[in-house]
Write a protein that binds this ligand. Structure first.
Ligand code: ZN
Length: 303
């Protein structure tokens, strides 16, 4: 893949061996050199003058959600980086005196504008804080859980059950047959946007099984060869998009109207025009480069 995917390629060293090092963690949480990325209700703090992350110093911990604590994200240039949840504040920008200097931005809106691979740091933080917010209580016995290992474990105060952050695998596949590819659209999408089919991997499935099942369910097309292409974290709230190329064995589409509004075969020439000059193909467009679907379609069309 030549174009880096948004949310991929983190510049941080996760340094997972440090999560259980209590002495190191205590020092890092207090160090003025450590950096803390504030989130408010899953929106991330960015600078006002340009789209850059607005890191805070350890003082921010006095207003963070103590039930989550500071989640260790990793090291960069030897400095510890953490995510903190300020969702308990009603109006954090005003309360922190940041008006005019920074604001909390919707991650979908700001991710593609962040420099370097900083969006991947946001993905990690957003996904971790969302997981903590949803796992205050033990799924085994219902009692409260407590944070351990710098945010990577919640342990039940009553039955000692351990709960770990989860990632939900999603297959997203560009189904192709010669010089045509299969794209679908959901009713709630922007008008004229068509994309690759996708679906969650279910229990006991391989990625290949999931690709074949989803394509059969949604479009009635049998799939043979399945090839992995690339993957992308998608922290809304905790998906990992696993991009595949899928060889169709048939061409008669039967759309499952509960999943899709429509599905169609698109000729390669039409797809190429839509990618290179969207204005020339007013009939349809594919998702923007922020989405792995864009890169799947592009890789197939330009192959
Ligand atoms: Zn329990």
């Amino acid at each position: 893949m030549t174009t880096p995917l948004v949310f991929a390629a983190s510049p941080l060293d996760r340094a997972s061996h440090l999560r259980r090092d209590g002495a190191w963690l205590s020092a890092a949480l207090e160090s003025e050199a450590s950096r803390f990325l504030p989130f408010h209700r899953l929106n991330v703090l960015v600078k006002a003058e340009k789209p850059e992350l607005a890191w805070a110093n350890p003082a921010i911990r006095s207003v963070m959600d103590a039930r989550t604590g500071a989640v260790f994200l990793g090291l960069r240039d030897g400095l510890a980086h953490f995510a903190v949840d300020l969702s308990g504040l009603h109006d954090p920008v005003t309360e922190l005196g940041l008006a005019g200097a920074a604001s909390f931005a919707d991650v979908r809106q700001v991710a593609a504008s962040l420099p370097g691979a900083d969006a991947s740091i946001v993905a990690q933080g957003r996904q971790m804080l969302d997981w903590h917010a949803r796992h205050r209580y033990c799924a085994v016995c219902g009692h409260a859980t407590s944070v351990k290992e710098a945010g990577y474990l919640r342990e039940c105060d009553e039955c000692d059950a351990q709960h770990f952050p989860r990632t939900d695998p999603v297959v997203i596949m560009l189904v192709h047959a010669g010089a045509r590819c299969l794209l679908g659209r959901q009713a709630g999408w922007p008008a004229k946007m068509w994309s690759a089919l996708a679906g969650f991997v279910e229990a006991g499935e391989t990625l290949e099984d999931a690709v074949r099942r989803e394509v059969m369910e949604e479009a009635g097309i049998a799939v043979g060869d399945v090839r992995y292409h690339a993957s992308q974290p998608w922290p809304f709230p905790s998906s990992l998009m696993i991009g595949c190329m899928a060889q169709a064995l048939g061409d008669v589409i039967t759309v499952d109207k509960t999943e899709l509004e429509d599905a169609r075969w698109f000729p390669r020439d039409t797809v190429l025009r839509a990618l290179r000059d969207p204005a020339s193909e007013p009939g349809f467009f594919v998702p923007p480069p922020m989405a792995i679907a864009h890169h799947l379609v592009k890789a197939w069309a330009e192959a």
